[in-house]
Design a protein around this ligand. Sequence first.
Ligand SMILES: C[S@@+](CC[C@H](N)C(=O)[O-])C[C@H]1O[C@@H](n2cnc3c(N)ncnc32)[C@H](O)[C@@H]1O
Length: 209
Amino acid sequence: MDSHDWDARYGATDLVWGVEPNRWVVRECADLPAGRALDLAAGEGRNSIWLAARGWRVTAVDFSQVAVDRGRRLAAAGPPEVAGRLDWVRADALGYRPEPGGHDLVLIVYLHLPAAERRRVLDLAATALAPGATLLVVGHATANLTEGSGGPQDARVLYSPGDIVADLAGHGLRTVRAEHVHRSVATADGASARAVDALVRLERPQGAG
Ligand SMILES: C[S@@+](CC[C@H](N)C(=O)[O-])C[C@H]1O[C@@H](n2cnc3c(N)ncnc32)[C@H](O)[C@@H]1O
């Protein structure tokens, strides 16, 4: 899907992903001390706004103007100090140039791209990490096609935890966690089903440039 497709998807619904932060972002980031965060493919900003409310200074990047405008509006409706900690950037993650070493946390949450493009975004994300910083990648797993429900059905844009670790080999990052995680989702007929996500958490070791 290109940015126009995403604009159309966001334009067709009020809040596509809701205001609550993603559960895996909460699980992995709640204990991190606030610093500078970069949220690549931030969508309507549910995770960025949650981080900003916890004191993080966040740059939220997405190539959908509709999503970025909505995120900015959502944040503006909340406490001014939270909105003031957020920068909204409309940009393609493939060409975005984050400040090298300028972030304590980089999030890539449910961004689904063909493998070569995914690697490019992961390379950029890795360069953005300061020593001691965390990179959290979460998305629908390839295994979701056979063992789960919902999400993209095109295997070319899905990945396993091992794919992400392999993509980032050579960046000198430490793998903290690389695993499949499960959540329950509602199906179209209102039943409950299981979704399989890939979750990878990495750290740039302290003292590394
Ligand atoms: C499934 S949504 C996830 C949004 C957000 N991370 C969340 O968890 O709520 C995927 C987002 O990726 C964005 N996106 C897809 N390809 C992109 C690209 N090349 N550059 C920037 N954003 C992109 C879309 O516009 C969309 O907002």
